[in-house]
Design a protein around this ligand. Structure first.
Ligand code: GTS
Length: 231
């Protein structure tokens, strides 16, 4: 169930997530929630990106970075950054399955997730915000198209990197589904949104993404918070 930022209805879950249902970064946390079967514990609050609500003072008080999503824990702590939120959720029952159970797995998953962020997801995001109209003139106060196109090219190189990785293993960080897959899925969702096609030669990447889209957590990520109430 999603409510609006200004809605003061009572909390139905002990965890609150401020996000935007169709956003690629929010998708990462929504997928993690479903993989961990935690969605019934969450109340979603919709923050309208297109109206720039994430840049307003009341939201900035929750997340200095002015980005979505943000998690509010039962003790009122606000956690921003998808990786941090996923680590929190994964640690809740003491047996992490998305972020690694051993020191080695934790290290590899974090490394590959960071690479998926730097090389694909964040690069596509910069392309969107700088080399396309992005969220519109009221929200995009500074744009640098050249930087945006460089980041688009970086994202395409990143896709080739992950294609090579996925031609040798089933998942981004090895032989199990992990947070690193979720991060790259976020990148691919963003690439789809901005119509940045996966290079035809990246067959292993395309096959992996096709498999990922069959997961219920990926399929149901947007409807997870419906019916959505927005102003
Ligand atoms: N590093 C942050 C994270 O991992 O949480 C980035 C979050 C982020 O960029 N979120 C997007 C955002 O707030 C949400 S979405 O575009 O995927 O819907 N963008 C708005 C902006 O103005 O940057």
């Amino acid at each position: 169930m999603a409510t609006h930022l200004s809605d003061s209805r009572p909390v139905t879950g002990d965890l609150t997530i401020f996000d935007w249902a169709t956003g690629p970064y929010p998708a990462r946390v929504r997928i993690a929630l479903a993989e961990l079967n935690l969605q019934s514990r969450v109340r979603f609050v919709s923050v309208n990106l297109w109206k720039g609500e994430h840049k307003k003072p009341d939201f900035l008080a929750r997340n200095y970075s002015g980005t979505l999503p943000v998690l509010e824990t039962p003790d009122g702590t606000f956690i921003g950054e998808c990786t941090a939120i996923t680590e929190y959720l994964d640690a809740l029952d003491g047996s992490p399955v998305l972020t690694g159970a051993t020191p080695r797995d934790k290290g590899v998953i974090h490394m590959m997730s960071k690479r998926a962020e730097l090389e694909v997801l964040d690069a596509v995001s910069v392309y969107f915000h700088h080399a396309t109209p992005g969220l519109g003139p009221d929200v995009e106060l500074y744009q640098n198209a050249e930087w945006g196109f460089r980041q688009r090219d970086k994202a395409l190189r990143g896709m080739h990197y992950f294609d090579a990785v996925l031609s040798k293993q089933s998942f981004v960080a090895g032989e199990s589904f992990s947070m690193a897959d979720i991060t790259l899925i976020g990148g691919m969702i963003f690439a789809d949104l901005v119509k940045l096609a996966v290079p035809a030669e990246c067959k292993a990447l395309s096959l992996w993404y096709h498999r990922m889209q069959e997961r219920p957590s990926v399929q149901n990520r947007v409807s997870m918070s419906e019916p959505s109430v927005v102003a």
